[in-house]
Design a protein around this ligand. Structure first.
Ligand code: FAD
Length: 461
């Protein structure tokens, strides 16, 4: 019986297994190894707060690419939502824990099909420490030293914790007042309100962290420092479909011409009182193919000059959350700064001095906080991720990274990983955020559900 191993049981690992179960015509064995108690959900859909909401509307969050309304149909049958207007729910941003429940339920349904089809399922809660690859099999080594031998192995290890910013005193990161993982509840618990808190980063995780701090009774100011201090944007013009840019877009456009085209259309819609979001959204189905066609110099240029702008335009959040954030800023409770962190010094056990270069005022400034929470986003450079089987695989030449250190090199049609000599592994695959270097957009359900579907076909072929 073919044995398929899946490392990581978040959305990508779960949906790969579910697609395998539905598509399999012969008996197979599937083993999923997930390192914590958030099987099916990953960090994204096991939030510590009910106030943490999806940043995509219900009708666009189906876990299946060919069942457009699967999530909506599931939600509308739930007791708490069934009396609501379907269109309202379809266009709402629901709490992320609800999506986690949907994934668990979807998994439970698939498990029943698996038992009818004699598909053997094994779920292991453990950390994968290492992998060994031979011509025929892959050995997955757990931190207990137990070894699991599989015929095919899929890496869906997803989002890594953020990188520690480079500062003079790197020892600071051992402090109990520093929280590198912003998705764990302890980052917002028992915070001393006598001093402010610093959130490094100014994206959607910063918003979750601010709401988490307030929910747990934090009363003082919250600082957020990021390189540009951009305002994160709300979802406006929800549902407006803009088509004119795509009509003028050609596959062979250079980055320069493409940016010119986007700017032209953003300017045009603004003249009619519409903001840039519908223009940006219209590009979404083409982002991967645009990225794939960019040459190395263009990709580097994009990363240096446009990455942050793109992040702001793409990663928006619901209007009501935006209003709350704006109010906190007006009330001087949330202070968003643009600049570069230079150092953290622990003056006393409850007292950290933050030193940063303020980009706007062009001078080095200092302030004091009781806690620092890192919300800079998942680390993609595998050589910087400590204690990771991916780093070991990189060192052993089992895989290699792209030149921008965004992910691993893989064939994006078959999802087979390439080794250091550019040879395609016959049995080693990856989907999800490990493909960011190859596809740029490889993070959200929108892309991952397609990858899980295609990968399952590939594994069973
Ligand atoms: C806070 C947050 C909110 C988000 N909200 C949305 C949203 O609203 N809509 C949307 O479309 N996308 C959202 N995303 C994007 C999100 O990345 C994807 O939707 C999806 O959850 C990614 O799933 P994944 O399985 O690829 O990765 P993950 O969810 O990160 O799952 C990977 C799993 O592998 C496990 N793992 C890692 N290493 C090992 C190891 N060595 N051994 C064993 N197990 C291991 C991890 O613990 C984890 O459970 C969000 C992301 C985050 C972080």
């Amino acid at each position: 019986m073919k044995h398929i191993g899946i490392i990581g049981g978040g959305f990508s690992g779960t949906m790969t297994a579910i697609q395998l179960i539905y598509k399999a015509t012969n008996s197979i064995k599937i083993t999923i190894i997930n390192d914590r108690d958030n099987f099916n959900k990953g960090f994204a859909y096991s939030p510590y707060s009910k106030k943490h909401i999806l940043n995509v509307i219900t009708e666009k969050m189906s876990a299946f690419p060919d069942k457009e309304h699967d999530f909506l149909d599931w939600v509308i049958l739930k007791e708490e939502y069934k009396s609501y207007d379907r269109t309202l729910i379809a266009n709402s941003f629901l709490p992320r824990y609800v999506y986690g429940e949907y994934l668990v339920d979807t998994w439970e349904k698939a498990k029943k099909i698996a038992s009818e089809k004699n598909i053997e399922l094994q779920i292991i809660e453990s950390v994968v420490d290492d992998i060994e690859v031979s011509a025929e099999i892959i050995t997955i080594v757990l931190h207990t030293a137990e070894k699991i031998t599989v015929d095919q192995c899929v890496i869906t290890s997803g989002n890594q914790v953020p990188r520690n910013p480079a500062i003079t005193n790197m020892d600071f990161y051992k402090s109990a007042n520093y929280f590198q993982n912003p998705w764990m509840i302890d980052s917002v618990l028992h915070v001393d309100s006598e001093l402010p808190v610093l959130v490094i980063g100014n994206g959607l995780t910063m918003v979750d962290t601010v709401f988490g701090l307030l929910e747990h009774g934090f009363k003082n100011k919250i600082y957020s420092i990021s390189p540009n201090g951009f305002n994160i944007l709300p979802h406006r013009h929800n549902g407006l479909k803009y088509t004119k840019l795509v009509e003028e877009f050609t596959e062979n456009m250079s980055l320069y011409d493409f940016v010119k085209l986007v700017n032209k259309h953003v300017k045009l819609v603004r003249e009619y009182g519409v903001t840039a979001e519908p223009v940006i959204d219209s590009i979404r189905p083409y982002t991967q193919s645009i990225w794939k066609k960019l040459n190395e110099t263009e990709r580097k240029k994009f990363m240096a000059r446009l990455r942050h702008l793109w992040g702001v335009a793409r990663h928006r959040f619901p209007m009501h959350s935006h209003d709350k954030i704006q109010q906190l800023r007006i009330d001087n409770k949330l202070l968003i700064k643009s600049g570069k962190i230079l150092n953290f010094t622990e003056v006393s056990p409850k007292h950290i001095e933050v030193e940063y270069f303020d980009k706007k005022e062009k001078e080095i400034k200092k302030f004091e906080v009781s806690r620092v929470i890192n919300c800079t986003g998942p680390e993609s450079n595998l050589s910087l991720v400590e204690n990771s089987f991916l780093k070991k695989a990189l060192m052993k030449g089992i895989l290699k990274q792209d030149s921008l250190y965004l992910g691993v090199i893989a064939d994006t049609d078959t999802y087979q990983i390439l080794d250091i000599n550019n040879h395609k592994h016959q049995h080693l695959y990856t989907i999800g955020s490990n493909l960011k270097g190859e596809l740029w957009e490889s993070t959200a359900v929108y892309e991952l559900r397609v990858q899980a579907d295609k990968l399952a076909q590939q594994l069973l072929a």
